[in-house]
Design a protein around this ligand. Sequence first.
Ligand SMILES: *Cc1c(COP(=O)(O)O)cnc(C)c1O
Length: 315
Amino acid sequence: MPTPVGILESFSEMLGGPEIWIKRDDLTGLALGGNKTRKLEYILCDALANAADTIVTAGAVQSNHCRQTAAAAAQLGLECHLVLGGNEPENISGNLLLDRMLGAKIHWAGSNRKGEDIPEIVSQLRQQGKNPYIVPYGGSNEFGALGFASALFELDQQMDTSKLSHIVFASSSGGTQAGLMLGKALLHKSYTIHGINIDKDMSCKSKSFAQIIADLANSTSEKIQAGKRFELNDVTLDSNYVGAGYGVVGDKEIEAISMLARQEGILLDPVYTARAMGGLIDMIKTGYFSKHDRVLFWHTGGAPSLFSYARELLS
Ligand SMILES: *Cc1c(COP(=O)(O)O)cnc(C)c1O
């Protein structure tokens, strides 16, 4: 870091809409990169401060968050336990292959894909005399969000953000969006933080996903005594593109992947960034932006899971 920023010239021209810029957080490093690097920098600092020797986190089979957590734990000499949804697939590929290469211990959780089994595993680890530290689903707590508040300060050093009208990105466990909202408030910017909702099941029984994001932005602000307050209507969460659900690749995702690959030589991932970019392409086609807008697409990584979606992508 800082990760590169640039204009997608031929892609913007092809779409005939606003100028589209890209922030390349697919190039953050840490075992093939992605947005979780920024979160883990803060979260694992807290783990070390608490003398943790073991990291426990959860995610989907092709979780980028789990792969990056496994890499960060390896780098810091910590044991890493991943609680993955579903059952062990026949074909070990993409992020799951990398989890294995990075030495993570994998627990299969069946239908408990959001870490419901973590307390049980943590108590077993304690009985073994270990000091486990839980990294929340998607790394989305106050520490994780701080990584993205500071990412906007990084962006500010790299380009003239006064002309920027929108930042568009994939939003799934909310830490990225909460952090960007706080960073924007701290920098007194006027651009819209436009999260594209990836996972239609993200709201809890009692709380909408947008409310979860607002609450996290508030608790993160409190953590650093920033004095910023966020209400539900400060959250721009676009749920028009959730499609058939998390990880189900549709036509918009496939179109986005091949357009960006062929026009710019940049790879999107099928679950997150292709859904967000598919949404952005659709918004341009349907006239959501004016020609004078300047839109930044925040590439949050994830390309390793491409290898596990060959069948869908080539069909
Ligand atoms: C985790 C992830 C996101 C979503 O970030 P959240 O902070 O969980 O909302 C987006 N893109 C990729 C590639 C991810 O791995």
